[in-house]
Write a protein that binds this ligand. Structure first.
Ligand SMILES: Cc1cc2nc3c(=O)[nH]c(=O)nc-3n(C[C@H](O)[C@H](O)[C@H](O)COP(=O)(O)O)c2cc1C
Length: 250
């Protein structure tokens, strides 16, 4: 994973669903939350949203199949796949799920999905009958077995007018899940402080060398005083006084 100015990278994939516009808000929240956000739009997504909306909130280039094939000297899908700390496709269409499960990569997003080692999360959005279709159910089950995490969909009134499971998971909750998986810099305890805390929890407080030396010196002085009995303070003062006068006369 690549960190830019200590910002962890979230790769947001956007596919062709009416819910695609909601991902703009997620990209904005992530950017404000301290993440570097790379956005990749499928050709299907471009029918609903434009790269410029994402670029405006992430302050970065958004990628499409029309983007240059080389990024930072490497194939764009490999560079994006490797720098990601986590990949979230939101919304994920039935079509994207089908291509991913079959290992097909006709576009930039599916290519990087096959190339990445980062955790992959899919937040589906589709009509409830599409979501419940046996082909989609089987695809989802197989991807889950391979370690892909599905977030949602939520049940409710869908944009097509019907009701049931198919709504994109709320953006605020997607943000929370990403934050748990990949803490932003502000959430992290610096390694040095972390180490200090662990050491403090493990060991009893150690005494410094100088403190040991001071204590040793004190013990020696006490022993010294015990050996030579104290002379009365008045006599000592008189003696000093005489010496002082004698010295002045000289
Ligand atoms: C108006 C409209 C809305 C659509 N909404 C969805 C949707 O919410 N979920 C979905 O899986 N497909 C939806 N589709 C179908 C996809 O856009 C289509 O399968 C497309 O090929 C997806 O491409 P992509 O997965 O590469 O983005 C919709 C199509 C249209 C015309």
């Amino acid at each position: 994973m690549c960190m830019e100015n200590n910002r962890p990278t979230v790769l947001l994939g956007v596919t062709g669903s009416v819910a695609a516009f909601r991902t703009i808000d997620l990209a904005s929240q992530l950017t404000k939350g301290g993440y570097r956000v790379d956005v990749v739009l499928t050709p299907g997504a471009l029918r609903f949203v434009r790269p410029l909306s994402f670029e405006a909130v992430t302050h970065r280039c958004a990628y499409t199949d029309e983007s240059p094939g080389i990024l930072e000297g490497r194939a764009v899908h490999i560079e994006l796949a490797e720098r990601a700390g986590v990949v979230l496709v939101a919304p994920a269409t039935a079509d994207l799920i089908g291509r991913y499960v079959c290992g097909l990569s006709p576009d930039l997003l599916t290519s990087l999905l096959l190339a990445t080692e980062a955790p992959v999360l899919l937040a589906p959005a589709m009509n409830a009958r599409m979501w419940n279709h046996p082909a989609v159910r089987a695809n989802v089950a197989l991807l889950r077995k391979r370690g892909v995490r599905f977030i949602g969909p939520e049940s409710g009134l869908l944009s097509c007018g019907s009701e049931g499971p198919g709504r994109l998971w709320p953006v605020g909750r997607l943000y929370e899940i990403l934050r748990e998986l990949l803490p932003a810099q502000s959430d992290r305890i610096p390694p040095f402080e972390q180490e200090e805390k662990e050491v403090a929890a493990r060991k009893p407080r150690s005494i410094s060398l100088s403190r040991v030396q001071d204590e040793r010196r004190g013990v020696d002085e006490m022993a010294e005083k015990k050996k030579s009995p104290k002379k009365p303070a008045v006599k000592k003062m008189e003696k000093n006084g005489k010496k002082g006068v004698a010295a002045k006369k000289k």
